[in-house]
Design a protein around this ligand. Structure first.
Ligand code: 5GP
Length: 186
C-alpha cells in the first residue's frame, strides 16, 4: 500500500500540483474527501469532494468510515474515507491525500509508511497574492486562511519532505522523484 500525503497552506497551489501529478503519472489516484462545505462554482460532487451534510458526516464518524477527519478553517468538517484506501490498494495505485496539517498528522500516526510532503510558497507575499487573486474567498475568509497558513508553515518541519511551488512542473517532478526514491527503498 502506498500513500502520499500532500499538505500546504491555502493558496499554495496544492490542487494544481496534485492535478498535474495525476495527469503525469497514472500510478497515482486522488482520494476524494468528504466535506460539509458547500461546493464552489465548477466543483462536482463525487469528483472534487463528496459534499454531504453535517449529520451525514457525523454518521460516517460514528460508523468508523473515516481514516481521519478535521474541522478546517474553523467551520467545516473534512475527512478521508477509508474506502478510498481500499480502492487504491485494489488497483495497486498510490493514494494521494490532499489534506490539512491536522489530517496529515493523523494519517502519519496511523500509517507511518505514508510519505508526507509539505508544499511551501516561494514567499509569504506570493502566497497572499495567490490567495487574493483566486478570488474565491471573502476578505474575512482570506484572513482566516492566512492565519492557518502561518501555523501550517511553522509545522512544515514535521513532514518527510518539503518542496517549494515556484514553478509547477518542477514541483511535480520533485514529488514524483521522491516517491520513486522511497519506493526503491533508498
Ligand atoms: P478547500 O475548502 O479550499 O477545498 O480545502 C480547505 C482545506 O481542507 C485544505 O487545506 C485541504 O487540504 C483540506 N482538506 C481537504 N480534504 C481534506 C480531508 O479529507 N481531511 C483533512 N483533514 N483536510 C482536508
Amino acid at each position: 500500500m502506498s500513500l502520499l500525503i500532500i499538505a500546504g497552506p491555502a493558496g499554495v497551489g496544492k490542487g494544481t500540483v496534485v492535478a498535474r501529478l495525476l495527469e503525469n503519472d497514472p500510478s497515482f489516484t486522488l482520494s476524494v474527501s468528504a466535506t460539509t462545505r458547500a461546493p464552489r462554482p465548477g466543483e462536482v460532487d463525487g469528483v472534487h469532494y463528496h459534499f454531504i451534510s453535517k449529520a451525514e458526516f457525523e454518521s460516517l464518524i460514528g460508523q468508523n468510515q473515516l481514516l481521519e477527519y478535521a474541522v478546517v478553517h474553523g467551520d467545516n468538517y473534512y475527512g478521508t474515507l477509508l474506502n478510498e484506501l481500499t480502492r487504491a490498494e485494489a488497483n495497486d495505485q498510490t493514494l494521494v491525500v490532499e489534506i490539512d496539517l491536522q489530517g496529515a498528522r493523523q494519517v502519519k500516526a496511523i500509517i507511518p509508511a505514508a510519505i508526507s510532503v509539505f508544499i511551501n510558497p516561494p514567499s509569504w507575499e506570493e502566497l497572499e497574492n495567490r490567495l487574493r487573486n483566486r478570488a474565491t474567498e471573502t476578505e474575512v475568509q482570506i484572513q482566516t486562511r492566512l492565519g492557518t497558513a502561518r501555523d501550517e508553515i511553522a509545522a512544515a518541519g514535521e513532514f518527510d519532505y518539503q518542496v517549494t511551488n515556484t514553478e509547477i512542473d518542477q514541483c511535480v517532478d520533485q514529488i514524483i522523484e521522491l516517491v520513486q526514491k522511497e519506493d526503491r527503498g533508498s
